[in-house]
Ligand binder design. Structure first.
Ligand SMILES: C[S@@+](CC[C@H](N)C(=O)[O-])C[C@H]1O[C@@H](n2cnc3c(N)ncnc32)[C@H](O)[C@@H]1O
Length: 246
């Protein structure tokens, strides 16, 4: 288990480091370790935002619901339950209108489907999926700090809702429920993790019974997904949508 750091739980010892403000020794080391990964990611994100525009700034979701989902957290400031944190993209909540637009493009009746968010962060998509009428909702989150915030949000969520489960674990350890699924991802992790997740998803489904869809926002790994013969791309203006076929 990787310990929580500065912004989420008070690192020790701390010192001042330019634009990063007050940081612990551990955070500074992580920041340096992540630099070689962060630079290509920053360039990739900049290109993506140039092509598709930036997600809108604060959307009023927290004010409307009384939940706490805002504030981006870079990966080097997050704790984690597995070494796969090295492939994580950090926490960034998706604007409500973007989420609603993407999920509305999945051509299914949400009342028949379980919604799974791979990397749910503070849980915003889980509550929006609840409002959109999914039958059951599951969020998986690598960071215990973020999973705890999602769980606090769930305790505050006082609207009619289907069952919502928040699991603090690595997505590679998740056991897929054998039921119709809409699997949501908001650019959560790199290819090493994605490959394992796609393999386990594919292996979990018997040949003739797949009712599984993937909705992928900020799809950094679209070329990889495109290479999987059992994923059939479907039209989407907002992100990437795939139907799982045999
Ligand atoms: C960009 S955030 C998206 C948060 C949320 N889905 C949303 O759209 O508001 C990606 C999340 O994936 C989580 N994550 C990254 N790698 C993970 C892994 N291997 N297992 C579980 N969660 C992971 C990160 O901790 C982060 O909270």
């Amino acid at each position: 288990m990787y310990r929580p750091v500065d912004s989420v739980s008070g690192g020790n010892p701390t010192f001042q480091l330019g634009m990063m403000g007050t940081v612990s020794f551990e955070t500074a080391i992580r920041f340096i370790r992540f630099l070689p990964r962060r630079i290509p990611r920053k360039i990739g994100n900049a290109i993506f935002h140039m092509r598709h525009g930036r997600p809108n700034a604060p959307d009023g979701f927290d004010a409307r619901t009384g939940l706490d989902t805002a504030a981006n957290l870079p990966v080097y400031k997050l704790d984690a339950v597995s070494r796969n944190y090295i492939h994580s993209m950090g926490y960034q909540p998706l604007p409500e209108d973007v989420f609603r637009a993407l999920i509305a493009e999945v051509p299914v009746d949400p009342r028949e489907f379980t919604f799974v968010d791979l990397g749910c962060g503070k849980g915003k998509p889980l509550f929006l999926a609840s409002e959109m009428g999914f039958k059951k909702i599951i969020g998986i989150e690598l960071s215990p700090t973020l999973a705890a915030i999602a769980t606090q949000n769930l305790a505050k969520w006082n609207r009619p809702s289907p069952p919502i489960t928040i699991l603090c674990c690595d997505v590679v350890a998740f056991r897929w429920p054998k039921e119709p699924l809409v699997v949501f991802m908001h650019n959560p992790f790199g290819r090493a993790v994605m490959a394992q997740v796609m393999e386990s998803l594919h292996a979990a489904w018997p040949a003739d019974s797949m009712r599984v869809w993937i909705a992928y926002y900020s799809p950094a790994l679209a070329p990889y997904m495109q290479s999987l013969p059992w994923l059939s791309p479907c039209p989407s203006q907002t992100g990437k949508i795939y139907r799982c076929v045999q």
